[in-house]
Structure formats: C-alpha cells, structure tokens
Design a protein around this ligand. Structure first.
Ligand SMILES: [Zn+2]
Length: 297
C-alpha cells in the first residue's frame, strides 16, 4: 500500500512539475515576445475574424501563424463555417495560446448540414477557448434560393447562443432586414456584425442593443463610403477590426491572399476616418476584442 502511494506521489509530482514548467515557459515566452515588439515600435492588433482553416493556407499554415504573430498580431479569432472547420479552429486554439475559436454553421453551409450538427456545435462550444457561436447569419447574395432554410438555421443557433450565454458572430450579406429581425427576436443575445455593410441607421440600433460592429479590408476600398460613415460614428468601445482572411485583402494589397499581418492597413484607414493615431486605433480595437470575447490575458 505504502509503495503504491509513493509511486503515485512521484508521478503526480512529475506531472505537476511538467505542467508548471510549460505554463511558466509559455508565459515568459509571450512576455518577452511582447516586450520585443513594443521595443521595435510595432503596434498590437487583434484580428477578430480570420479563417486559417481555409485551403489557401494548406501548404504554409504554420509559417503564416509564426509570421503574423511576429508582425504584431497579438490575438486571432478563427470562426467556423461548418463542423470540420470548427474542429480545425479548435485545434489551432489548442496549439497557439494567442488563437481563439468560434463554432457554428455558416449560412452558405446550410445545404451540406448533417443531422446532429447543431448538437456537435454545442459539444464543441464547451472547449475553454471557444468564445462565440459563429459565424452564423444570412447570405442572400449566394443563397437567395435557401432563405427559408438559412433563417431556420440562424434562429436555431441564436437560441443555442442564448442558452449557452455566448456571443455570436453574424454574417449579413444582402440580408440586413432579416438579420436585424433576428437580433430583435433575441434581446438577451449579444454579438458582432462582421464585415459590416449595413446602414448607419441599423448600426445605431445595433449599438443601442449592446452589439458590436467590425470592419474588414473592405473599409479601405474606394467605394466604402457607407462603411466609412458608420466607422466614423461608432462609439469608441464598440468597434472591432478583422481581415476575414484569406479574403478581402486591404488596399494596397487588394487581390492577394490575405492574412492577419495586413490588418494594419485597415486599422490605418480606420484611424484616418476617426481622426486618431494608428496606435490608438490598434489599441482601441484590441481592447474591444478582448472585452467582447472575454479573453483573460
Ligand atoms: Zn468569415
């Protein structure tokens, strides 16, 4: 009996020793990386919407992760489009301390859904680094013929977010009226409209209801007058930025494969619109992302 106790204790000590080692080393590494970036005058960014599970990152995903972190991207949120991409997002969150995940079914995946997928989303949401249900919503640009199914799926996932007390990441493409209807139908759910393309009037209602608004590289495009108007009006504590990579590369890199290191161009334009410094815009949007996704640093 004594022997087996000793054996158990030894193993426990070894286990906790290893765990302590990993945590301390990790924290120190993050700390020194941060100091190093501050010394070099690099701002810190939060890319609140990036799809690193996309096949465009198949051949060099690890290098891209290293490169973007080195470039000043302090935090990344990788939302899911379906079950497989949710699993991928969670695996990156497991691997990188500064990557977080959201799980959910994108409106464009509505026809490929399998029975039990929502149950699976629910299961995945219990992972400690899953901080939102997303991306969910409506896309009438590509899915005008599946409106009914999309709305059903959207409401089902809003119900889930309500039940789990998690925020949502909403994709709204040419479906503004139906999306705001869903927001009104779930007064206890908070979320963000990502890659915002709605009106100032809708933005005002969203802010009143406690929601956030996020901008992609599309804010840097010449025809982004409406988005710029919203970006100028928004209260300081409700704006977030994102790349939506690999899509939406900002000017001057428009058309290239996008990654989180390009976020600085969007932040630069946001700063110009709001009449603040790029450093202040980076700081503001980083802080808002941390609050929204409830990230403890
Ligand atoms: Zn997206």
């Amino acid at each position: 009996m004594g022997k087996s106790h000793e054996y158990l204790n030894e193993n426990l000590l070894l286990f906790f020793g290893k765990m302590y080692d990993t945590i301390v080393k990790n924290k120190f590494q993050v700390f020194f990386q941060t100091i190093n970036r501050i010394q070099r005058g690099i701002f810190m960014y939060f890319d609140t919407h990036a799809h690193y599970d996309d096949e465009q990152f198949e051949t060099d995903r690890e290098q891209v992760f290293d490169l973007i972190h080195e470039s000043g991207v302090e935090l990344v949120m990788n939302p899911a489009c379906d079950i497989a991409s949710g699993k991928a997002a969670v695996s990156y969150a497991d691997k990188y301390s500064w990557v977080y995940a959201a799980v959910g079914i994108h409106p464009q995946s509505v026809l490929e859904m399998m029975p039990g997928d929502i149950e699976e989303v629910k299961k995945m949401s219990s992972h400690p680094k899953v901080r939102a249900i997303g991306e969910i919503g409506l896309d009438y640009h590509y899915g005008a013929d599946t409106k009914k199914e999309q709305i059903e799926l959207f409401y089902e996932q809003m119900r889930l977010a309500d039940m789990l007390d998690l925020p949502v990441i909403v994709h709204d493409r040419e479906a503004h009226a139906d999306c705001i209807d869903a927001v009104r139908a779930f007064p206890n759910v908070r979320g963000v409209f990502h890659c915002y393309s709605g009106s100032l009037e809708t933005a005002k209602e969203l802010i009143r209801r406690g929601w956030y608004i996020s901008f992609t590289g599309a804010l840097t495009f010449k025809n982004a007058r409406r988005a710029a108007e919203v970006a100028k009006w928004l209260p300081d504590d409700r704006i977030m930025v994102e790349t939506d990579c690999p899509y939406m590369a900002p000017v001057p890199l428009r058309g290239k494969r996008c990654d989180s290191s390009m976020l600085q161009y969007t932040v630069g334009v946001l700063a110009e619109i709001r009449g603040i410094s790029p450093g202040k815009a980076a700081e503001l949007t980083l802080k808002n992302g941390i609050n929204f996704f409830d990230i403890d640093l």
